[in-house]
Every structure is written in C-alpha cells, then in structure tokens.
Design a protein around this ligand. Sequence first.
Ligand code: ADP
Ligand code: 5GP
Length: 209
Amino acid sequence: MNTSTDAPARTGMVLILSGPSGSGKSTIYKAAIGDLGGIEFSVSCTTRQPRPGEIDGRDYYFISHEKFNALVAEHAFAEHAEVHGNCYGTLKSELLDRVRRGIDVLLDIDVQGAAQLRALCADSSEFCEACEFIFIMPPSFEELERRLRARGTETEESILRRLANAKGEMEHANEYDHIIVNDDLDRAVREFTELILGLRNHPKRRRIV
Ligand code: ADP
Ligand code: 5GP
C-alpha cells in the first residue's frame, strides 16, 4: 500500500496530439498546459534545423542524422518517422517513467508515429490504458494554408510540402479517439482543456492504491 501523502492518485496519460502542420497543435497546447498543470511535453528528437526562437532541449533535441540512426539502432525510440523530409522520434525515456509518477505526457507527433504507438497498445495494457489519441483539424484547407503562410517559419518549398501532406494526414482523423476543430482559438483551447480534465476523471484511469 502506498502511504505517501503526495503520491499521485492515478497514473499519468500519454496524450498523443496529431494534425497537419499549421493546424494549431502547439498554439492550443501551449495555451492550455499552464492552466491544466500536471502535464509535461515530450521533447522529440529531430534532424530538422531549429527555427528562430526554438531552443534545443525545450522544443526539440536537434540532432544529426548519425545520432538519430544510432538511437534507432539502440531501440531508444517508442516511435519514429520521416515527416516532411526530416526525421523525428519520441524517446522511450520521455514516457513511461512520468506516467508511472502520475504525470500526463503530451506528444506532438505525426499520423505515422501515432499509428506506431497504436500498434504498441496491442502489446501492453498498461500503455494502452494510458494513451489518448487527439486530432487537431483545421476548419478548412484554405485556412490551413493561410495560417501556415502567416506563421512565416517555412520556406515556400516547405509550405508546399506540408500542404501536400496535409490532405493525407486529415484522412487519418477518424482513427483518433477525439477530434477538435480549431476554428475559433479560444473555443478550441477550452474544448482541449475540458477534454483533458474529463479524461483524468475517466473510470478507466488506473488508480494508484
Ligand atoms: P502546428 O503546431 O499544428 O504546426 P501552430 O500552432 O504553429 O500549428 O499554428 C499555426 C499558425 O496558426 C500559428 O501562426 C498560429 O498562431 C496560428 N493559429 C493557430 N490557431 C489559430 C486559430 N484558431 N485562428 C487563427 N490562427 C491560428
Ligand atoms: P515541425 O517541423 O513543424 O515541428 O513538425 C512537423 C511534423 O512532425 C508535425 O506533424 C509534428 O507533429 C511531427 N513530429 C514532431 N515530433 C515528432 C516525433 O517525435 N515523431 C513523429 N512521428 N512526428 C513528430
């Protein structure tokens, strides 16, 4: 029996957030995460170059292709994929320890990575019960393009590649447990926040006794 007074009441969730580039994933979770508390962001490894303002170890671990391949060979990733021409991966070390300590972990990953984690659910009931798959949908393709351009972080080549991939990614939305349409930002943040609060109280969450 756990007698510690500050012990978590439940195990943490693995919140898997996907959606096309520019759909608003990072805007939504950055707005929600502070109020929610108890959530930590899973920092992914990537071979892409940092954007202005991005910090190594906070936004991503920016690593070389050689280092990425070495981590793949060591089986250090829970999932990894090539997305828009760069490699991305979630380190196993970002996940289970936190979940067991009652911390919710938020992953911003693409549909291929989410499919790999869904497959892992078949092998582990502990992991399966922790996972919630959430898709952020833009209100329209035109608005997605407008937001991606207005963000001003991508070259024209990168914008076109991200838009070309967006349609295929949106076709996977119905594989997710929850879909949030990011039309009005305040409304979408509220929906996301309420979803997380509701999921924390769901009876399927494992209690720590
Ligand atoms: P993602 O993380 O999915 O790639 P971002 O969070 O970077 O997308 O959002 C893309 C751009 O769209 C950003 O410039 C952001 O400020 C803007 N944005 C996000 N949500 C909305 C919204 N509901 N209405 C208008 N602009 C938005
Ligand atoms: P960006 O380059 O805009 O930061 O991210 C591009 C895409 O890569 C987004 O769809 C994002 O969700 C995805 N991504 C970021 N980290 C990971 C990861 O660790 N694994 C996978 N599979 N995709 C990731």
